[in-house]
Ligand binder design. Structure first.
Ligand SMILES: Cc1ncc(COP(=O)(O)O)c(C=O)c1O
Length: 419
């Protein structure tokens, strides 16, 4: 049985340990929710103040040119590209993940149906994050069934690919279980059946290694406010394989996705490549904050990059499972994340009959994770700022909350709007 001293030793040997300095984290707080909202980087507040006071306050409209605001979506996109195996010029940081999904789903369907109009099905996992499914349902209604969402269990995905499947839309790391798809294998299997593949990287970017080109994916989207530490409601990102650039058309044809916005032509003509996926004016202040967050992940480049980040992520999640295992069954927990390291993202989830109240009691003890309905305790491990000693302390805290049944107190059972 490992002791806290053993975990402290792992921290002392951790090549990524210094990266924690980049963040503002209260002493004594164990934050295991970076998969929902990343921690505030030290650089963000001064940078946002500079954007507000100097670039906006003094530069005013001139800053679109002089401070580079007009190309900020592309600049931040190029930085994100380095974390997901994309190339410079292939990613833009814009809109929300949901909106970007709408755009890529419509673009992918257009490409698929130009090749074969009989392909109308968007195939996805029933356990996918709801917004992905809702967006497909919305597009289905809008296109009068030229797009039909088919949801199956994860184990049935490959068998469900058929002659009428246009697009396979999957989230690389499942939000509720942490299960991670083999991106290359699934993409190849779908493409062999003539199906385009969209990956949602919300729980991957900045946490696990992703190589979109090596996987030969078609489209990808992802979140800025989770492992990229971009702040609440940070812009999301979107990627398209360059082979689709000449044919793809996304339906939110706004002026900044035009090939020449300042020509003010009455007719839409899409910009080349990924810039077509920009719609309206970018949220400059939010993008500046997102850039600071992305920089915290790029800083890992000096200590092994995403390979080292992933190695630590695996070690943290494996250590947490090992700490919980001795009391798991006895205290009513069921592991719902994969035990196999390469099938698990950067989170560990357990089912418990009183999961909501247990998490509230744990949060009161200053161990922050979250709850996902109906019965899931979710713990996210951000390798940039989570220490091995935190893993040990969080497991101890969970054991105490469960063993003492403190969670049964009425105040822990009151549901708040955000869980
Ligand atoms: C897998 C996945 N996709 C999409 C979203 C939602 O993204 P947005 O709020 O940027 O639309 C989330 C949010 O948690 C998510 O987990």
């Amino acid at each position: 049985m490992m002791t806290r001293a053993d975990f402290e030793k792992l921290d002392a040997q951790d090549p990524l340990a210094g990266l924690r300095q980049q963040f503002i984290l209260e002493d004594g707080l164990i934050y295991l929710d970076g998969n929902s909202l990343g921690v505030l980087p030290r650089a963000t507040a001064p940078r946002v103040a500079q954007v507000v006071q100097q670039e906006w306050g003094q530069g005013l409209i001139r800053s679109w040119n002089s401070a580079g605001w007009i190309s900020l979506s592309q600049r931040v996109g190029n930085k994100i590209a380095q974390l997901i195996g994309a190339r410079s010029g292939e990613v833009v940081a814009v809109d929300s993940t949901s909106i970007n999904l709408f755009k890529v789903l419509a673009a992918a369907l257009g490409i698929a149906q130009a090749r074969d109009p009989a392909r109308t099905v968007v195939l996805s996992e029933a356990g996918n994050f709801p917004t992905d499914l809702y967006v497909a349902q919305g597009l289905s209604a809008l296109t009068q069934q030229r797009c039909v969402l088919k949801q199956v269990e994860s184990g049935e995905i490959l068998g469900a690919l058929s002659q009428d499947t246009a697009v396979l839309m999957l989230t690389h790391v499942n939000y509720k279980t942490g299960a991670m798809w083999d991106m290359s294998a699934i993409t190849a299997a779908a493409q062999a059946r003539g199906v385009l593949v969209i990956w949602d990287l919300a729980h991957s970017a900045g946490a696990v290694e992703v190589d979109l080109h090596q996987a030969n994916a078609d489209f990808a989207v992802g979140c800025g406010y989770k492992y990229l530490n971009g702040g609440p409601g940070a812009p999301a990102f979107v990627w398209m394989h360059p082979r689709h650039a000449a044919h793809a058309r996304q339906p939110l044809s706004g002026w900044l996705g035009h090939v020449s916005p300042f020509a003010f032509s009455p007719d839409y003509s899409p910009a080349h490549g990924i810039t077509q996926f920009v719609c309206g004016t970018p949220p400059v202040i939010s993008l500046a904050a997102l850039e600071c967050g992305v920089d915290t992940v790029l800083a890992a480049g000096s200590v092994g990059g995403m390979r080292a980040v992933r190695a630590k992520s695996t070690a943290l999640t494996r250590a947490f499972i090992a700490c919980i295992t001795p009391f798991c069954e006895r205290l009513g927990l069921t592991l719902i994340s994969p035990r196999q390291d390469d099938a698990r993202g950067s989170q560990v989830c357990y089912a418990h009959a009183n999961a909501y109240a247990v998490m509230q009691a744990l949060i009161e003890r200053r161990v922050i994770g979250d709850f996902r309905a109906p019965d899931v305790l979710r713990f996210g491990f951000t390798p940039l700022y989570t220490r091995f000693a935190d893993v040990f302390d969080a497991a101890q805290g969970l054991q105490e909350v469960l063993a003492t049944k403190v969670y049964a107190q009425e105040r822990f059972t009151r549901r708040q709007a955000v869980t």
